[in-house]
Every structure is written in C-alpha cells, then in structure tokens.
Design a protein around this ligand. Structure first.
Ligand code: ADP
Ligand code: GLC
Length: 481
C-alpha cells in the first residue's frame, strides 16, 4: 500500500498545533505496519533546513504560480520521506498561515491551492515520481482542493481520504479565485465547492474525497449536528456512510516522562520522585511561589475561543480561593493574551502566563503541573489531555469530541476499579469548572488515591498502532488493494 500524505504542517519541521503532531507521527506509524507512506508539504525554509540533505526532483514554471520546484528529504527522527514544494514567493515567510499580527496572508488561496494541486499531480496518472500512491490522504482545508483536482482530471481518479482535524477552519475565498486556481466553472455549485457564494477549500475536500475521516468517534457524530457542524452538518450527515472517526494517537517516544530531554529529572509510574522535582523547577522557572504542597494547574493551548480559556479567566477569582497556582502557556487572540498577562501581573507568585510558543516549556508544564486544564468548547481530538495523562497530570476536560473519548471521570466507582483518569465537565461554564477543580484539589490531598489516579493515566496506551491499522482499513476499502 502506497500513500501520499499531504499536509500544511508536520512536527518537527513546522508546527502551529496538533495537525503537525499527527502529520509527524501517523506516517511513521503507517510505515511500521508496512505502508509506504510519504509526506508532501510546503517548502517553508525552516522546515527544509531540518530535513537533511535535499534532492531536487524537478523545477517548473506554472502559468498561475510561477517558478516552483519539488525536493525530497526525510524527517530527522523517523526517516519518513518528505516532499517539499519550494516556492520562494509563497512559503518563505515566518508565519505559516498568518502574519505576526494575526492576519491571514492575503494569498492563502494560491499558497494552499498550489499544495493541493501538487498533491493531485503527484497522486495522479501523470506523476513525474516513480512512486504512484494507491491513496492520497489529505488533511484539513489547506489540502481540500486536491480531491477536486483529481475528480476533474480523470474518470477514475486516485482514491482520496480527507481528514477533518478542525471543522472551524474552512479556507473560504472569493469566487474570483476559482479561475486562478484552475478549477472548472462547473465546480462552483452547491454540489461542489461553492459555499454561500464563496468558494470553500474545506467543502471541496468534504464533497469530492472518496472517504472522510475525523480524529475521534465522538467528533464524527457531533459534526453531523447543527451545534458542532460549522455549517457543514448537512453535507456531513449526507455522507455519514463515508465518514469514520479514528482517534489520534500520540508519539509515545517523544512524550515519555522517562526519557524527555526537556525535563530536569525523568520519572515513571514506578518512580514519581522526578515529577515532584519537575514541579519545583517549574515553579522556579515561572516565578511562582516554590511550594510542593500547593496544587499547580497547567494549561498549554492556542488562545482561541475553541479552547475555553475565557472560561478559565472568568473562574480565576474562585480558583485562587481554592488555594491553587496557575501556569499558562499559549498564544493567539490578542484579547486573551492581554487578559492572561494582566492576571499574571495582578497575582505574582500565584499565576504565571507565558505568551508565545515554547516547546520545551510545554513539556515541562505537562510534567510539572498537578492538574491539566482543557475545558474546550469543542475538541476534534485534542492531544494535550493525552500527554498530560501520560505524564501523570490528570486533566480537567469538557465532555466533547476527543476529550470525551480519552478521559475517564474520577467517580467513586471508576476510582475503585482503576479506570478513572481525570475530571469531566458535562457543561462548560465557570461554575462547573470550579467545581471540577475543587473535586481535583480534594482528591489531591489524599495522596494514595491521587497517585492511583496519576498511575491509571500513565498506564494508558495512547500509541498510534491501533489507529494506523484503522487508517489502513480505510485505505484498503477505497482502493481495493
Ligand atoms: P490544537 O491542534 O487544536 O491546537 P491539540 O491538543 O491537538 O490542539 O494540539 C496542540 C499541540 O500544540 C500540542 O502538541 C501542544 O503541546 C502544542 N502547543 C499548543 N500551544 C503551544 C505553545 N504555546 N507552545 C508550545 N506548544 C504548544
Ligand atoms: C486540530 C484539533 C485538535 C486535534 C488536532 C490534530 O487542531 O483542534 O483537537 O487534536 O487537530 O488532529
């Protein structure tokens, strides 16, 4: 089975969120079960610099895009082959999707149109490579046009999987872009890529792909409803026979407290001393009062409405009354960044907020916090709640999407039978959040029960193998290979 995996970001080459983690780990897991999976992504200079010695495969001048080249390299750790589309005008910039004041790049339609076009070219009959994939696997709106290109190019197009990592990013552009993107006028229809008078890359993927997947079973059913469907629920419900929810895994090597190079001291379920040392080191690093007994709540996320950090902000006065500390790492919407900075200034020693992107600190918060907060409004899968369980940091989550599928509520019954791994809110508001944190703090004071809860999470297998087999099942079904 040969699979081309098209994506706009992949860890450790380029990352803004979980899509990169998945794109870095899933192709490697697929290769481990015998699939020849290769990645295609934009040639951001910083990404290409990390992919070893690059070989140029071809260079062409495209009428709509200008000079473009295809190069091949490999992921530094896994060795997975990666094809880069080199285009200085499109990809040699700092932000992947936005400038540093948070505005989308004005030419995103062309930037990701090119990615989609190359995905279709390399997967189709005219590929210049000696690698002709049985399946093209597309991810999120940035690759959504690829199934459309394949559809209009051939009567028997290469089968495609389109994975929805987040339905709220839709790649919507004015209809005038259609021509430049080289798609036929007939594609601009309700049964096509038209979306309320504009064109939508996401809808193109949802409409033209042979099979749809999303990153958790619960999100797969949620997105067929108006509440979570972001306007696409009708189409998704109509295609429900072709829609599968496959839970993300995590990279169990990279996120392993026993070998994590970002931590001051390694630890494991059998020896938790390193975790206590990590907490003190984190308190020191962030200027929090150094106190082993104060429960420390950690949060690492993009600061957007999705992640519910506004609810945490609203709850801060009551949370502080419970005697906890807060360590927050994130970047995103200006209003949320300012609010966190203000809270940290107002409560020195109790609240620390680091605004920006910091990989090492993300690991140290997962490890050094006692409780991890992830009260997302919606969450297609979510990786941080899995990292936190693996690091013995029970999460507080809202019962949606992948959070509902990966965290087991600390009820008395679940504590007794060893299933409990965290705290689950049925409703998202500051009152429910405070009450869940309160339950966590009470249990935290019962050292043995708390350690049991930590160890339950640490024992969970969140590895990729099971999901990789499920993807292989989908590939086989649509390609009859
Ligand atoms: P999403 O993809 O919606 O942002 P996920 O939980 O799936 O959410 O993945 C987020 C990933 O991005 C995790 O690997 C997390 O550690 C990382 N991350 C998010 N914000 C930051 C940040 N400010 N610094 C470092 N890593 C971050
Ligand atoms: C998205 C989602 C997140 C998911 C990630 C990887 O960014 O918001 O829930 O874990 O993609 O699939």
């Amino acid at each position: 089975m040969k699979v081309l995996f098209a994506t706009s970001e992949a860890h450790p080459l380029a990352k803004t969120g979980g899509l990169a983690d998945v794109s870095g780990a899933l192709p490697a897991a697929l290769r481990e079960i015998g699939v020849d999976a290769r990645v295609l992504m934009p040639g951001y200079p910083a990404a290409m610099a990390k992919a070893g010695k690059l070989l140029e495969i071809f260079r062409i001048k495209l009428p709509e895009h200008g000079e473009t080249a295809l190069l091949v390299g490999a992921f530094p750790d896994s060795g997975v082959p990666v094809y880069f589309i080199e285009h200085a005008g499109y990809y040699a910039r700092e932000g992947l999707y936005q400038d540093n004041s948070g505005h989308d790049w004005p030419d995103n339609a062309m930037r990701f149109g090119l990615l989609s076009q190359f995905a279709a070219l390399l997967a189709g009959p005219k590929t210049p490579l000696d690698f002709r994939p049985d399946v093209l696997h597309c991810n999120d709106w940035q690759t959504g046009l690829a199934p459309a290109y394949l559809h209009f190019e051939s009567a028997a197009p290469t089968p495609t999987v389109f994975t929805v990592h987040n339905l709220s990013y839709q790649g919507i552009f004015p209809p005038e872009e259609l021509k430049q993107l080289g798609l036929p006028q007939e594609s601009f229809a309700i049964d096509g890529i038209e979306y309320y008078g504009n064109l939508s890359f996401l809808k193109a993927g949802l409409f033209y792909a042979s099979h749809l997947t999303t990153v958790s079973p619960t999100y797969a059913s949620e997105i067929q409803t108006e509440t979570f469907g972001a306007g696409m629920h009708g189409l998704l419900a109509a295609r429900s026979q072709d829609l599968t929810g496959i839970l993300n895994g995590i990279d169990m090597r990279e996120w392993n407290p026993a070998t994590d190079p970002h931590l001051v001291a390694p630890y494991s379920a059998g020896n938790l001393a390193g975790k206590a040392a990590g907490k003190l080191a984190l308190q020191t690093e962030l200027g929090l009062q150094v106190d082993p007994g104060t429960p420390l709540l950690g949060m690492v996320s993009r600061l957007t409405t999705q992640k519910g950090s506004d609810v945490v902000i609203e709850a801060v006065p009551q949370l502080l009354r419970l005697g906890v500390q807060l360590a927050v790492l994130g970047g995103g919407e200006a209003g949320l960044e300012i609010a966190w900075r203000r809270l940290a200034d107002a409560h020195p020693g109790r609240i620390a907020a680091v605004i920006g992107y910091n990989e090492g600190l993300a690991h140290r918060i997962e490890a050094g916090a006692d409780v991890f907060l992830m009260p997302s409004r919606f969450e297609p899968c979510g990786l941080n709640q899995m990292y936190s369980q693996r690091y013995g940091t029970p999460p507080v989550v809202h019962k949606v999407g992948g959070l509902a599928d990966t965290v087991t509520q600390a009820t008395l019954g679940n504590l007794a039978n060893g299933m409990a791994t965290g705290f689950v809110l049925d409703r998202l508001d500051s009152e429910s959040l405070v009450s869940a944190v309160n339950r966590a703090v009470i249990l935290y004071r019962h050292k043995l029960a708390w350690q049991k809860l930590m160890r339950n999470g640490m024992a969970r297998d969140f590895g990729w193998t099971k999901s990789a087999h499920q993807y292989l099942g989908v590939y086989k079904k649509i390609s009859q290979t």
